[in-house]
Design a protein around this ligand. Structure first.
Ligand SMILES: Cc1cc2nc3c(=O)[nH]c(=O)nc-3n(C[C@H](O)[C@H](O)[C@H](O)COP(=O)(O)O)c2cc1C
Length: 401
């Protein structure tokens, strides 16, 4: 699972014509490794330093170099509107000058102008070029216009010189990308509670009644929502890691899950309940291990709190998203649950087949809305589905504000 802040995000990586262009190959690797979709745009000068083929091979998408004459009829608006983030590394003195005055004389500068996405530039040049007043003015102008400029670092430069001018390391640029995406994200300012995993209800200190939920879906939603700026609390019964920026509360039983979520419910904007919370639990778990020699125990079960229904009863302005695992009539059962539990959205998953549900890489899902509207999403990767749920959540929050 690409559970970092960049997972599922669309990034245009612009490469300028400087020596540090070789480092943008490593940056591309880190971006794709973090789960971002990346389109690369190289300036004409960049192609003197590095080959577009390298970027094509590593991104899995044809690197772009031309404004005119490519197979893409209007490449700059497509790229600009597609991007969640534009990162230019290295940014030459020339590129920053062109960006500062709004020139649009190649594909990269046109893409920046045709985009509403945040822009991050990592400057790299010789010390003299960096210290030139014209460069300083351009950097100041870019910052005034909301562009994030990463100053170059000091160290050895091309040609044996030493001084300020080296491009920030790719790991530093990555961390700036994460920060920018979370501040500008569609869920910025939202407090979100996500539940994940399958609860375990003790029979005795060793054995439990459990279910097959892995927690992958909920953890993916928590990570992507945090990357999009939400303030996320993840109440989880799963051992999986939580994404960066996610506050984790570990629970085991349905009662702990109910307590951790219902006590927070009044103070949050939205809940995504993807945990598989046990419907029943043993009435009286044994305090010591049940002995095999005593024969099979008779275990009496009692219902647990229906957390989702309780939230549906209590909800004021909160957006409530539920999950349902169904083996048949997924859409119809999902719509019935939306009505019964007063939900804003229900993600109904098909389970019991190989490519969907518990533990699978993919899910066959339907989104069920109030008024019996159903959106059939077909077969999706769990990260992709998590991204879509976050999109719909952002829409629902806009409607409820
Ligand atoms: C060997 C060499 C290295 C260069 N390195 C840099 C550099 O690190 N930073 C920079 O701003 N310009 C550098 N330049 C100059 C740019 O390549 C030149 O300004 C070019 O027009 C930039 O085009 P672009 O901004 O469209 O990529 C270098 C030029 C050469 C010949």
């Amino acid at each position: 699972m690409g559970s970092t802040a960049l997972a599922g995000h669309r990034v245009v990586l612009g490469v300028g014509g400087g020596i540090a262009a070789y480092k943008s190959v490593e940056l591309l690797r880190l971006l794709t490794g973090a789960g971002a979709e990346v389109e690369c745009v190289l300036t004409e000068a960049a192609c003197r330093f590095v080959a577009p083929l390298t970027f094509t091979a590593l991104s899995g998408r044809a690197a772009r170099t031309e404004l005119f004459g490519s197979d893409d009829p209007i490449p700059h608006t497509r790229l600009g509107q597609w991007a969640d983030l534009i990162v230019i590394a290295p940014a030459t003195a020339d590129l920053m000058a062109r960006l500062a005055v709004g020139l649009a004389d190649d594909l990269l500068t046109n893409t920046v102008l045709a985009s509403r996405a945040p822009v991050l530039v990592a400057a790299a040049m010789h010390t003299e070029m960096w210290e030139r007043p014209t460069t300083g003015r351009n950097v100041a102008r870019l910052r005034e216009d909301g562009v994030t400029v990463l100053d170059p670092e000091s160290g050895p430069l091309a040609g044996g010189d030493v001084g300020r001018g080296r491009m920030a390391e790719p790991a530093v640029i990555m961390s700036a990308c994460r920060g920018l995406l979370s501040r500008s994200g569609s869920l910025a300012g939202t407090s979100l509670l996500v539940t994940a995993g399958g609860t375990r209800e003790p029979i005795d200190p060793v054995r439990y009644v459990g279910n097959r939920s892995s927690g992958r879906m909920g953890h993916a939603i928590a990570a992507i929502a945090a990357a999009r700026g939400a303030d996320v609390t993840l109440v989880t019964a799963s051992p999986l890691p939580a994404g960066p920026g996610v506050a984790r509360i570990q629970v085991e039983t349905a009662a702990e899950m109910a307590d951790a979520t219902l006590t927070r419910f009044d103070d949050i904007d939205a809940v995504v309940m993807s945990a598989a919370i046990a419907d029943f639990r043993p009435v009286d778990p044994a305090g010591t291990k049940l002995k095999k020699e005593s024969g099979p125990p008779l275990i009496t079960l009692e219902p647990t709190v229906d957390v989702l229904a309780e939230m549906g009863r209590r909800k004021r302005a909160q957006v409530l998203v539920g999950f349902a695992a169904e083996t048949t009539d997924v859409a119809a059962n999902g719509s019935a649950k939306v009505r019964a539990k007063n939900l804003d959205l229900l993600v109904a998953n098909l389970v019991g087949v190989e490519d969907s549900g518990f533990g699978a890489e993919t899910n066959r899902a339907y989104l069920c809305y109030p008024g019996d509207r159903v959106e059939d999403l077909g077969l999706l990767g769990k990260d992709e589905l998590a991204g879509l749920i976050c999109d719909r959540l952002a829409d629902a929050l806009t409607g409820s504000r």
